[in-house]
Design a protein around this ligand. Structure first.
Ligand SMILES: *Cc1c(COP(=O)(O)O)cnc(C)c1O
Length: 379
């Protein structure tokens, strides 16, 4: 294994039109950036308490409701700090006493860690599975929030979203959908809190969290907020709820992030909704997993085809080929962010298959990888 990056030039006819395959921040559609530039003079740099921005927030809330076909009574709320801040907000304002977490990778593990460290909560029940597989929720008496992860971005495992049968009345199902929201189908009535940040399937930028919350979750937020528990204002879901209902955020949001997320969701909704966007990801998944299965040096990391994610593909390479070198050569040719999740520690490529990414480009990516590997083998 050499330390420098071999100088391999990928022929132009193999290159994708857009070389961004990262799992977040991920490809932003050029059409969205152009639309932002066109509207910038009347939008960027204007007050988030005035009509133009409030209207954009209202478009965002409506677009989420339409995209997920939210049942009556569900609300769309938002705040600053991305999904990581939402975990802290959930620990303060959503978990009553004890949560259950399914952990099967880095992200699902982080929320469990937040809940474990909170001094005012009981230690959570944690059901773990090896990376590359998935655990199943089990109803337990005394659990008031079940924490699921729709797509574990670190491993490329996606799970079906269903309420655990036999859960206590009023127990919430909270789903981290950061890399799934907009790319995977689900039934919103199986969830009470479907939360995410928009730098993945929503092809926007980071820094914002968005949550679709059921009437039961709204009740929970209101009850916990009035319970006397100390909650920092920037993490207070009741404050976020009250502001969101007025199409505002508690403090200044990134206006470009909101705009780009709206653009992406309206593009999806105008083209047929979640069926359209999840179909785009499914087509890309078919291409990349099919290629890996036919290849003599690449294998889908997730052994169970039913758990293989349509939005994040993880592909193991034969030990004779160094995946890091492959990623570096791709990067030198303008094809970026195919590195595997660092803490997983595998000889692996990880490729986003988010709806903004064209299946034709995923197909081209597989040709690029084949070319690089053939060159490395003959070097
Ligand atoms: C990216 C990601 C996060 C972290 O999101 P931030 O907005 O960076 O905090 C959390 N959970 C999942 C599943 C993710 O993919």
């Amino acid at each position: 294994m050499s330390t420098g990056t071999p100088s391999i030039t990928i022929p132009a006819d193999l290159l994708p039109v857009d070389g961004r395959f990262g799992c977040g921040p991920s490809k932003v559609r050029p059409e969205a950036v152009a639309a932002l530039a066109a509207e910038a003079p009347d939008y960027l740099g204007t007050s988030h308490r005035q009509a133009p921005v409030k209207f954009m927030v209202s478009r965002l809330r409506n677009a989420v409701a339409e995209l997920f076909a939210l049942p009556d009574g569900y609300e769309v709320i938002l705040g600053n700090g991305g999904t990581t801040a939402f975990w802290d907000a959930a620990v303060f304002g959503l978990i009553d006493d004890k949560s259950q977490h399914l952990t099967f990778g880095e992200f699902s593990g982080k929320f469990a860690e937040c809940a474990t460290r909170a001094p005012f909560l009981q230690d959570p029940s944690v059901i773990s599975a090896e990376p590359g597989t998935a655990p199943t929720a089990r109803a337990e008496a005394g659990i008031d929030l079940y924490a699921l992860t729709h797509n574990e971005t670190s491993t490329g495992v996606a799970i079906p979203i269903v309420r655990p049968e036999g859960a206590d009345d009023g127990a919430l199902v909270a789903v981290d959908a950061t890399s799934a929201a907009g790319g995977l189908k689900f039934d919103a009535s199986q969830t009470d809190v479907y939360y995410f940040a928009p730098q993945k399937c929503l092809a926007s930028d980071g820094g914002l969290w968005i949550a679709a919350v059921s009437p039961t979750a709204v009740e929970r937020i209101e009850r916990v907020a009035s319970s006397g528990r100390w909650i920092p204002a920037s993490l207070d879901l009741k404050i976020a709820l009250d502001n969101s209902l007025k199409d505002q955020t508690y403090n200044t949001p990134a206006l470009a992030t909101i705009f780009l997320a709206v653009h992406q969701m309206e593009w999806i909704n105008q083209n047929g909704g979640l069926g359209f966007s999840s179909g785009r990801s499914a087509r890309s998944a078919e291409i990349v997993y099919g290629w890996a299965e036919r290849s003599d040096y690449a294998t889908p990391y997730v052994a169970d085809p039913a758990l293989r994610s349509n939005v994040v593909a993880t592909i193991d390479l034969d030990d004779a080929i160094d995946a890091t070198t492959v990623s570096k050569v791709l990067r030198a040719n303008g094809v970026v962010d195919t590195e595997s999740y660092r803490k997983l520690g595998r000889n692996q490529l990880r490729v986003a298959l988010f709806p903004a990414i064209d299946a034709e480009d995923v197909d081209q990516l597989t040709r690029c990888i084949d070319h690089v590997v053939a060159e490395l083998r003959t070097a």
